[in-house]
Design a protein around this ligand. Structure first.
Ligand code: MN
Length: 234
């Protein structure tokens, strides 16, 4: 039996769901059975978690800052309040059950907020000094900036290197990261690009989009999905 991987779709203002095929194809290619999780009743999350062998938290809108005790900054983007609440509870219950989670872009931010962490609501407005372009204008599979990986981290092991090149489509990023996570990847401007749980079997958050890079044959990105899937095998 293939591991069942729940994927959270994006949610628009009117609560229509939207899911990029790259996420689905990356899971299929790595040996998983993708299973899309629409926003439903919070009371049903325990049952949903029971079905899943792993959770893929995908990219999307900004996260409502009230969820990390801040009021909205002038440059906060569009938010999806129903998605925020549903995904945060989904992430918390997966963490409690020690089930594997891969968080991509917004997904990394959801993981951090789920354990009490905070975000830069607009990383360019809320950081001093020269910054990299984190909302790249290059094509979406173009690796634009570098990420320095921590020696001995899961990502460094997957990459076989301590420096990788990634694509970048975010204007929020994690700020304070609770001790449950190690910061394992940082951009040259100091922006956190990856976190890994120190207590769970496999909980990885990356700020870039490996699902897009995987579709162009990028081996590090493909291996991220393969390692996630191998952690999901029962
Ligand atoms: Mn970036």
């Amino acid at each position: 039996m293939k591991p069942i991987i729940g994927i959270t779709p994006d949610v628009e203002q009117d609560d229509n769901h939207f899911l990029r095929n790259d996420y689905v194809q990356a899971i299929i290619r790595a040996g998983g059975l993708p299973f899309v999780i629409p926003i439903g009743h919070a009371a049903d999350i325990a049952q949903i978690v029971g079905i899943m062998d792993g959770l893929l938290l995908t990219g999307g809108n900004d996260i409502n800052p009230i969820l990390f005790n801040e009021e909205p900054h002038t440059h906060l983007g569009e938010v999806s309040p129903s998605r925020d609440l549903f995904e945060l509870e989904l992430a918390r219950q997966m963490l409690v059950g020690d089930k594997p989670i891969l968080g991509i872009c917004r997904g990394l931010q959801v993981l951090n907020v789920a354990v009490g962490g905070t975000l830069y609501q607009d990383l360019h407005q809320q950081n001093e000094g020269p910054m990299l372009q984190h909302l790249q204008k290059a094509p979406n599979a173009h690796p634009s900036h570098f990420v320095q990986l921590e020696k001995g981290s899961l990502l460094a092991e997957i990459a076989g290197s301590e420096r990788i090149q990634v694509n970048s489509f975010h204007h929020q990023s994690v700020k304070d990261v609770p001790a449950v996570f190690n910061v394992t990847g940082v951009a040259s401007d100091g922006i956190i690009e990856s976190i890994e749980s120190v207590t769970h079997q496999f909980v990885l958050g990356v700020q870039w989009h490996p699902e897009r890079l995987a579709m162009t044959g990028d081996t590090v990105s493909l291996r991220i999905f393969e390692r996630f899937l191998s952690a999901c095998v029962k």
